[in-house]
Design a binder for this molecule. Structure first.
Ligand code: ZN
Ligand code: ZN
Length: 138
């Protein structure tokens, strides 16, 4: 995907500072649902002035502007994911602790019982053992 991140951010009403650009770029290129610490560790050598607080605040701003989604699965720290307009579910492996994307048409599981509610977010989480770990176990 060829995205001009600075102008993309500006179009979303976000001041496109160098640090914000790099954080957004990192999330685009690493669909691994990184934590604040992982993003910080990946960028600190390139951006010595970066702080964990800046990473955290930038992510919060992106979440507020609906560019990034928070991923929380029971028992794990907050992770971040580029907003996927199609939406997807997540599978958390209890052995290697990786989080996998699961393509799911979330609107298909929308039930009649919710018709009176205003839904603002939908999350589908699976927990179990991933194929790699199953192979290792056997
Ligand atoms: Zn696994
Ligand atoms: Zn995801």
């Amino acid at each position: 995907m060829d995205l001009n991140i600075p102008s993309f951010l500006r179009n979303q009403g976000i001041k496109a500072s160098y640090q914000r650009i790099r954080i957004y770029e990192y999330l685009m290129n690493n669909r691994t649902h990184p934590t604040v610490a992982e993003i910080y560790n990946a960028l600190i050598t390139d951006i010595p002035s970066l702080s964990k607080t800046t990473v955290y605040n930038t992510l919060n701003l992106f979440v507020e502007k609906v560019l990034v989604e928070e991923v929380t699965i029971e028992g794990s720290e907050m992770r971040y994911d580029i907003k996927d307009p199609k939406g997807h579910g997540h599978f958390k492996c209890t052995q290697c602790h990786r989080i996998f994307d699961v393509p799911i048409q979330i609107e298909k599981i929308f039930t009649e019982e919710l018709s009176e509610f205003q839904v603002q977010a939908q999350f589908v989480h699976f927990v179990g053992i991933c194929p790699d770990c199953l192979k290792k176990n056997s």
